[in-house]
Design a protein around this ligand. Structure first.
Ligand code: HEM
Length: 187
């Protein structure tokens, strides 16, 4: 996942076997057997893809230099051999969220909801990547594609992290969220 623009393809082929697709808020995505990660400009073709979601690696919006230094020092790389389990969680926030000024959004995320502090508690067990869909310039079904990888023994910790974040004030602004759980196919 080293390109800046990336497409997640859910369909009949891919390097990741999908265990579960379920909506937490709003409309779900079709259940698919496989997931693939591709450079943006390599579409999968209709015969393979049931859905394709694109996003871009982007700049930080909210983390302060101190926060970044803290979680950055703990954050593992993607693609670790032992991190066979994972989740793609596309998220859309409400119009009310996007109307808020930047400093209010930062305060909801980092101060009220402690998203960055809570997340850092789960490093280095969980590797993560955040892709921004609004940076693509054309309408997209989600605002963010979030991506996580972890070893099977951390699956319970990952569930706990999700439950903690979903109970925060930040999540009151989440209007669509789908969980796509997968396992890397080891040949
Ligand atoms: C694994 C531990 C996690 C850490 C260390 C972490 C850290 C962060 C940080 C630092 C940001 C702010 C980036 C910026 O400054 O622009 C962020 C944003 C975000 N994270 Fe997490 N996070 C974690 C887990 C999660 C989980 C489990 C989810 C989804 C269920 C999630 C969803 C998001 C979303 C959607 C944003 C963008 C928020 C916005 O811009 O409105 N994060 N995360």
């Amino acid at each position: 996942m080293s390109d800046r623009f990336i497409t997640m393809v859910g369909g009949s082929r891919g390097s990741l076997r999908v265990h579960d697709v379920r909506a937490l808020s709003g409309e779900s995505l079709d259940v698919v057997p496989y997931l693939d990660v591709r450079p943006w400009l390599a579409p999968a073709g209709d015969s393979v893809a049931r859905w394709q979601l694109s996003g871009a690696v982007s700049n930080l919006r909210y983390a302060t230099s101190k926060e970044r230094e803290h979680y950055g020092s703990l954050q593992p790389p993607l693609g670790r051999a032992e991190a066979r389990f994972g989740a793609l969680i596309p998220i859309r926030k409400s119009a009310a969220w996007w109307e808020l000024p930047q400093d209010t959004r930062r305060s909801i995320i980092a101060d009220d909801s402690r998203h960055i502090a809570i997340g850092a508690e789960y490093l280095p067990a969980i590797a993560r990547r955040l892709l921004h869909c609004r940076d693509l310039g054309s309408p997209q079904p989600f605002d963010f594609l979030t991506w996580f990888e972890f070893a099977p023994e951390y699956a319970t910790a990952f569930d706990e992290l999700l439950a903690r974040l979903r109970a925060t004030r930040e999540w009151e602004y989440v209007e669509r969220e789908v969980e796509v759980r997968f396992e890397r196919i080891v040949s």
